[in-house]
Design a protein around this ligand. Structure first.
Ligand SMILES: [Zn+2]
Ligand SMILES: [Zn+2]
Length: 145
C-alpha cells in the first residue's frame, strides 16, 4: 500500500487546485479539527472558536468543512440530530458506522472488501468518487434482547 500523504499537504494541494489560499483562518480550522477526538458538527466547531474568543465567522467554518471533507482530513460521521456530523480521519484510517436505533450507540467498522466494491462501482459508472458516508442502521446486541 502507498504511504499516505501528509493530510495538511493534501489539503493545501486541494486549495491550490481550487485557486484558494491557506489563510490564517483555514490554518486555525485545520488545527482545530485535528485536535478534536470525537464527532462534531459545524456549529460545535464554531462554538469552540467562539469560547476561546477567536474571531472566525460561522459562515467560514461552514464553507471550509466541505474542503476538509474533500481532502480527507475529516470524514462524515454519525451522530444524534439532523445535521451533518464529522470526525477527523485518524491515522488508522477511514472507517464507517453502524448506528443503533435503540440506544444510539455507534459502532465503527472497516471493511476492505466494501471499500474496494465502492471503488469498483464508481469506476464502472465512470463516477469520480471523492468521499462516502456509509451508515448502517439497526439494533445493537444489547437492544435486540
Ligand atoms: Zn468506508
Ligand atoms: Zn443499542
Amino acid at each position: 500500500m502507498q504511504k499516505p500523504k501528509d493530510q495538511l499537504e493534501v489539503f493545501k494541494e486541494l486549495l491550490t487546485r481550487k485557486g484558494l489560499k491557506y489563510t490564517h483562518e483555514r490554518e486555525s480550522i485545520y488545527e482545530e479539527v485535528r485536535a478534536i477526538n470525537h464527532h462534531f458538527n459545524a456549529d460545535s466547531l464554531y462554538e469552540r472558536f467562539k469560547k476561546r474568543g477567536e474571531r472566525i465567522a460561522r459562515a467560514t467554518v461552514y464553507r471550509n468543512l466541505p474542503l476538509l471533507l474533500e481532502s480527507g482530513v475529516v470524514q462524515k460521521s454519525a451522530g444524534n440530530g439532523k445535521r451533518d456530523f464529522y470526525e477527523r480521519t485518524r491515522t488508522k484510517g477511514h472507517h464507517d458506522h453502524m448506528v443503533c436505533l435503540g440506544c444510539r450507540k455507534i459502532i465503527e467498522f472497516h471493511s476492505d472488501e466494501l471499500e474496494q466494491i465502492q471503488e469498483q462501482l464508481s469506476r464502472k459508472y465512470k463516477f469520480k468518487l471523492v468521499f462516502h458516508d456509509h451508515r448502517l442502521f439497526g439494533y445493537c446486541e444489547k437492544c435486540q434482547s
